[in-house]
Structure formats: C-alpha cells, structure tokens
Design a protein around this ligand. Structure first.
Ligand SMILES: NC(=O)c1ncn([C@@H]2O[C@H](COP(=O)(O)O)[C@@H](O)[C@H]2O)c1NC=O
Length: 509
C-alpha cells in the first residue's frame, strides 16, 4: 500500500494535479524546496524533506535529500524483518512512491553560449540517487520520472491503493534507461574535446519514430536521433507531404544528402540503394535536375532526389512525370507544392540548412560482436598533381573534381564517368575495378568522347585506363599509389590523355 510519497521535480508539469489526487487518497507527501512551495501554494499539504532529515537543504541545493532517513526509507526490503526492525530502531518511515525528474542538463547544454559552470550546476546528484534507490527496490517502491506516467500510476493507486508489479518493473527499467541517458550526456559533454576512442564507449540516442519495417519487411526497425545541433540532417527535416519515411528511404536519403553537401553550385543528386545514379550541377536547379535525370533515366525510377536549391514549379513539373520515392530540398515553392499534391504518396522533405555539414560526425559500422568506429570521410584531395605529359583543360579540371566528389560517395570499387558536370556512367560496388568501369560504360546513355573518369582507388593494372581511353575518356583522376602507376601513366601519355593524382583514397563500403 502506498502511504508516503516523496516528490522533487524540476519539470513541474502536472505535478500539482497529481499531488492533489495523491493527497486526497490520504498519501503523505514529502517534498523539496521549490516543489514543496509550489504544492503548498496550490493547497496541497507537503512536508519539507529538511524537517524529516532534521538537516537543512544547503550548498545551493547541492545537498537536499542525500540522507539515510530518505534512502533508508526507500531502500528497505519490506518483507525482510531485520530491515524493517532497523527502520523502526532508527526512526525511519518507509517511502513507497518517489516522483522525481532531474535538473535539465540536456536543455542546459543545448543553450547557446552555455558555460562549463552552468552545465556542472545542472548535473543532478540527489535526484538520480533517489531514482536509483527506488528503481532498485521496485518490488516495493513505485518510481515515476516521466510526467506522462502520472495518469497510469494514479489510476492504479485509486483502484487498489498500490501499483501493479509489472508497472513498478516497467517504471524502474525506465529509470535506469533515463539515468544512463542522463549520465551519457554528461560524460559526452565533458569528453567532447578528449580522445575520440575512450576505453569504454557509451552513446545515447532518442527515438524519432518506429518504422513499419527494416531493410526488408520481415525486419523490425526504428529511427533514433543524436542529441545536439543536427541542422542540415534528416532528423531536422520537415516532411511536407507523402507516406511515412521507410528504413530504406532514410538510408538512401542520408546517402543523397551526404553527397549533395560536396557541392555549392545548384546540384541535383539521384540515389538508388545508397549509390548515386545521376548527379548534375548547372546554373539553376531546373537544368541540374534535367541533366541528372538524363544521365540515367532508368535507374532514377523509384529513386531519391536531393537538391540544394528550392524546387520551383517548372522543376516540379518535370519531376512529377516519373515515380520518385522522396524529394529533399531546402524548400518548395507554392507552385511546386501544388503540382506535387497530385502525387500524394511522394514524400517531400524540407531541410533548412541543407548544405551545412555536422562539425563532428563519426562513422559507425556494426559488426557481429562489436562496433567499428572511424572519423567520417571529410576530405577530398590531398594535392592535385598532374602526372602525365598532357595537362587537363580548365573544363576537364572542373569535371575531374566533380567526378571525384561523386566517386567518393559510390560503393567500392567505384568508377564515375562525367562530362559538363553531369554523370554519364556510374559503376558502383564491384569486386574488380575493371568491372566497375565496364558497368559505368554499359550504363552510359551518352557518347563518352571527351569525358573524364574518376576512380575511388588506384589502378592495380593498366587495363582500366586502356579500356576507358577506348571509350573516349580524355582525363582521369585517381588517388595514385599503385606499384604499376607508371604503366597507367604510360598508356595515358601514348594516347594524349591526362591523369591527375589526388593522394586521397575514397573506399566506401
Ligand atoms: N541534492 C539533492 O539532495 C537533491 N535532491 C533532489 N534534487 C533535485 O532537485 C530538484 C527539485 O528541486 P526543487 O524541489 O527545489 O525545485 C529535482 O530535480 C531533484 O532531482 C537534488 N538536487 C541536486 O542534486
């Protein structure tokens, strides 16, 4: 039976109503400074914790409830005779219901210009201590840390004078999840400028939504977000219309966004199964989309489009002609939205700071039994070095960088052929580099004469260069570094083709 409650909350939402109902049920209420004052002002009888502990709240609230009279009252095992006689001997009265929410550490660190001192003062000590004591003793103690649980708990107490075992178990689990989330935020805030790979790694995320299913319909899935400034990412996106995003939509859209962020000029990226299938830059987004579409009108079907400028009416008019899963853009004009209305399933996502890159963005790969972590791949070239007699023209140079930006985001082994800032052929994810080239050539809809080629890693043999030149490629960009580099360079020299080394490899798996 719940006879005595301790209430100490920072977020005071709903606490007066909840406490009133508890008091009406004859439950005695102990409370800390601010909470006790509010309750009394609202006509709820509340006993100060300090009068129970016979110890004043002190040190600016750093010490309020950290007292054996409180923790003994929470932690005693009620069906343990020795525990209960100890309580009696020490004049401690059991506490059966504990209602606590913590100092707003997360909200504090998210404020602009927050100081370390402010953050430290918002680390709650007494709250988590009581939460943990109560959650450990969930067999006998009900612990509530989320105002959305007040209703459920109240209903049970009104009905039976106590909560159900299952409810107490769930609430205790919720507490340990909450305190570990809270502590992880503290550790990550304090460690943000320390070593990237500490001996123990704790990460914490908040659920955005459950997903209908995962990569395949028989897989369960959910989407979680990191804490902090995530502008320019999907978690900050606003869905303007369309079906709920699926697991694959989110994964593909993320791939499209990451590639889009390489560009500053108006650019459109089309992605299928996380690989780009058409990318183009131009003076405006309409021309860029037209070129991206024309670079591979087949693969774009059912794809994800990301654009770094507002989608206007005439671009929407073109886009509406094919089946697309998702369109992401910094915004859509009224006219564009009107046109897309006819395609009610099409998901439109508005991302305000679409070109913004996250300051710190680690890359995680789950392996069975462990986790691989690395820095994200934030660089493009080390030094651009022409290694052939032929030197690329200015236009070729621009296309080489354009293609190299794209090949960085294609699954390895990857080859990208481009011309006039438009991809002509993309060969993704092959186990041999020559196959990647052959796929890029086979996929090409256009004549490749005068095009440029980018490779994500060096050429182990000269065969790729030979075959590319036969198709009309005039300039090549690649990291360099193979023991047979000289053979590839010679082939270029013999054919009046230029080759640029970047010194940066871009494997992607
Ligand atoms: N130090 C303590 O003994 C202590 N006991 C409870 N608190 C916190 O004090 C807050 C409520 O304070 P108040 O009732 O004064 O508004 C709650 O967030 C609670 O978690 C404490 N504060 C911080 O550690």
């Amino acid at each position: 039976m719940i006879k005595r409650a301790l209430i100490s909350v920072s977020d005071k939402t709903g606490i007066v109503e909840f406490s009133k109902k508890l008091a009406d049920l004859g439950i005695e209420i102990l409370s800390t400074g601010g909470t006790a004052n509010l309750l009394r002002q609202s006509g709820v009888d509340a006993i100060d914790v300090s009068s129970v502990t016979s110890f004043p709240e002190c040190l600016d609230g750093r010490v309020k409830t950290l007292h054996p009279v409180i923790h003994g009252g929470i932690l005693a095992i009620r069906d343990n005779e020795e525990h209960m006689s100890t309580l009696e001997k020490l004049n401690i009265t059991p506490i059966d219901l504990v209602v606590i929410n913590l100092y707003p550490f997360k909200e504090t660190i998210l404020k602009e210009g927050v100081t370390l001192e402010e953050a430290i003062e918002n680390i709650d000590i007494g709250g988590p201590t009581m939460l943990r004591s109560s959650a450990k003793n969930y067999n006998f103690v009900t612990v509530v840390t989320d105002p959305t649980d007040y209703c459920r708990v109240l209903e049970e107490i009104e009905k039976d004078g106590d909560t159900k075992y299952d409810t107490r178990y769930d609430l205790a689990l919720k507490v340990f999840r909450h305190t570990s989330h809270y502590d992880t935020l503290i550790a990550n805030y304090l460690g943000k400028d320390k070593e990237a790979f500490p001996n123990t790694l704790t990460m914490t995320y908040e659920k955005v939504q459950d997903l209908r299913y995962g990569e395949n319909p028989h897989q369960m899935a959910a989407f979680y977000r990191e804490i902090g400034d995530k502008r320019g990412t999907l978690v900050e996106g606003e869905q303007l219309q369309g079906k709920e995003l699926s697991f694959n939509n989110i994964n593909d859209a993320n791939g499209a966004l990451e590639l889009l962020k390489e560009f500053t000029e108006p650019t459109v990226v089309a992605v299928k199964h996380t690989n780009p299938c058409g990318v183009a830059s131009d003076l405006n987004i309409y021309e860029a989309y037209k070129k991206a579409y024309e670079s591979d009108p087949q693969s774009i079907f059912g794809g994800i489009i990301a654009a770094n400028e507002v989608i206007d009416g005439r671009t929407a008019d073109l886009m509406k002609d094919i089946f697309l899963e998702v369109i992401i853009a910094p915004d859509f004009t009224e006219e564009a939205l009107e046109i897309f209305k006819a395609k009610s399933n099409l998901r439109l996502i508005k991302i305000n700071d679409i070109t913004l890159k996250l300051e710190k963005n680690m890359d995680f790969k789950k392996v069975a039994g462990g986790l691989l972590i690395q820095d994200s791949n934030n660089e493009l070239v080390d030094e651009q070095k022409v290694v052939t007699k032929n030197i690329p023209t200015d236009e070729e140079n621009e296309d080489l960088i354009f293609a190299f930006k794209i090949v960085k985001h294609v699954k390895s082994n990857a080859i990208v052929i481009a011309k006039n800032k438009q991809t002509l052929g993309i060969g993704p994810g092959q186990t041999s580099r020559i196959w990647a080239l052959q796929n890029a050539i086979r996929n090409a809809e256009h004549n490749l004469v005068g095009s440029v080629l980018a490779s994500d890693a060096f050429f182990p043999f000269k065969d790729v260069v030979e075959e590319a030149i036969k198709s009309g490629v005039k300039a090549i960009i690649q990291p360099g570094g193979s023991v047979r580099d000289e053979e590839s360079i010679n082939v270029c020299n013999e054919n009046g083709v230029s080759m640029v080394f970047t010194g940066k490899r871009h494997f992607k798996h």
